[in-house]
Design a protein around this ligand. Structure first.
Ligand code: FAD
Length: 427
């Protein structure tokens, strides 16, 4: 078993990075080469700006290249709760922004010719307990009426047309959701950005940032060099590197883990997941799965509430996921597991992203597990915001207070995990 992401192992490595030490002056410096930073760099370069990207590790090597492979429309929040809190119009605007994110991923792939297996497979949310079905049916009715008619219910009696498992009690289908290969998408985005003129420096963590006198922007320093830029966009996800303490008090890195089986016979997959949906369930300790282009089952979940991801911790979670997969699909209990990995989800307290400008520096982050499309979308939107179109930012009017008692080490995660485990038992 390889302790690395399937997506990164099966993508052609990005080879168009800038060699040598970062130097020079640019219109925009983007910090971070995940989907947010790469999408922003691409959009800015397409607009004719000179762009430099500083990336601590490799292109899409953090959450973007380690994720579950799903580009699901809809947000992390329950629609009814959010529209009750924000009002229907505002909730609908946000919901449509996530839809627009899926459309944008598709449009970029098409415009830039990125071969990454994008397909609108639909997302299936499965009722983990019989009474969960009624709850999601009520949610779907409201959603279809207000904002997303491309949803429908799958009755418990029709489950076998969707999944070869007796563990679930009906489900809800989001037809607009898509699947894609995250490694190929990340690498394709990076190459497209470079093709349009952006410079990407990998292995160059931004460790210091200073404002230049006379309104000349900022100087950003890495261990290997420094650049100047008129504008700066922080696209740094759950970063623990550099002078980003303000953000570290607002984003909680929560571990999420995946395993990938050996390639499976097509007839077996036809039985287990006939429509190859992105599939999730209604638990807090959620399990989710999809198939890969080479016929593996990728099975993920929260497994544990931890902010650790390293080979030992990932292997521990991988064992939990393997057992969970065997319960959902007893036929897979004995299959070989080829990959096991983990990554950090960029959670905000209300599970909604944040983007804007603070002290003359722009930022977009905090997608709370719904970042494939929203990060890509916000990268492009921030390119417009930097160009004076702050009105296009759907998160512009969200305040972002620090989480009380939190300074970057999420000491409370085990308690949150215990609470959710109890909720899964009793609800
Ligand atoms: C295991 C897992 C499963 C997930 N599953 C899904 C899913 O199925 N669907 C979905 O929509 N979302 C999912 N997500 C969430 C989604 O992947 C993220 O929200 C999204 O990729 C965030 O993109 P980003 O560019 O903002 O951040 P990242 O991809 O984390 O990129 C940030 C980059 O910034 C770099 N960086 C940080 N600090 C510095 C610095 N000081 N200097 C230079 N570079 C720096 C990092 O190295 C990193 O490459 C998942 C996340 C994880 C971890």
């Amino acid at each position: 078993m390889q302790m690395k992401p399937y997506w990164l192992d099966t993508a052609i490595p990005f080879a168009a990075g800038q060699a040598g030490e970062p130097q020079g002056r640019f219109d925009v410096a983007v910090v971070g080469a995940g989907f947010t930073g790469l999408s922003a760099a691409l959009a800015l370069a397409r607009k004719g700006a000179s762009v430099v990207v500083l990336e601590a590790g490799g292109v899409a090597s953090a959450a973007s290249g380690r994720n579950g492979g799903m580009c699901n429309n809809g947000f992390a929040q329950d629609y009814a709760s959010l529209s009750a809190a924000l009002g229907t119009d505002r909730a609908n605007r946000l919901y449509r922004a996530f839809d627009a994110g899926v459309d944008m991923v598709e449009a970029i792939i098409e415009a830039e010719g990125i071969a990454c297996h994008f397909k609108r497979v639909g997302k299936l949310k499965l009722a983990a307990k019989p009474h969960h079905y009624d709850k999601i049916a009520r949610a779907q009715e409201l959603l279809a009426r207000e904002v997303d008619p491309d949803t429908c219910m799958v009755a418990p009696s029709d489950m076998h047309a969707e999944i070869g498992s007796d563990r679930y009690f009906g489900g809800m289908l989001f037809k607009k959701s898509a699947a894609l290969h995250m490694g190929l998408f990340g690498q394709g985005l990076a190459e497209a950005a470079v093709r349009h003129g952006a410079r990407i420096y990998e292995n160059n963590p931004m460790i210091a940032m200073a404002q230049l006198e006379g309104g000349r922007g900022h100087r950003l320093t890495t261990p290997h060099g420094s650049v100047e830029a008129q504008q700066v966009l922080l696209a740094t996800g759950t970063s623990r590197i550099g002078p980003l303490g303000w953000f570290r008090r607002r984003i909680v890195p929560v571990g999420a883990y995946l395993i990938a089986t050996e390639p499976l016979p097509v007839e077996l997959l036809d039985r287990l997941t006939p429509n190859r949906r992105n599939t999730t369930d209604t638990r807090n300790f959620v399990n989710y799965f999809r198939t890969s282009p080479d016929n593996r089952l990728l099975f993920g979940g929260r497994a544990r509430f931890s902010s650790r991801s390293d080979p030992a911790s990932d292997a521990k979670s991988g064992a939990v996921l393997r057992a969970a997969m065997g319960k959902v699909f007893p036929e897979l209990a004995g299959v070989r597991i080829d990959y096991c990995w983990g990554g950090m989800v960029d959670m905000t307290r209300d599970r909604l992203p944040r983007a804007g400008e603070r002290e003359g520096v722009f930022y977009a982050m905090g997608y709370s597990g719904h970042g494939t499309h929203m990060a890509t979308y916000m990268g492009a939107i921030m390119a417009e915001v930097l160009d004076g179109r702050a009105d296009l930012n759907p998160w512009a009017d969200f305040d972002w207070p620090a989480i009380p008692g939190y300074f970057g080490t999420p000491w409370f995660l085990p308690f949150v995990g215990a609470y959710y485990r109890y909720q899964d038992l009793v609800k």
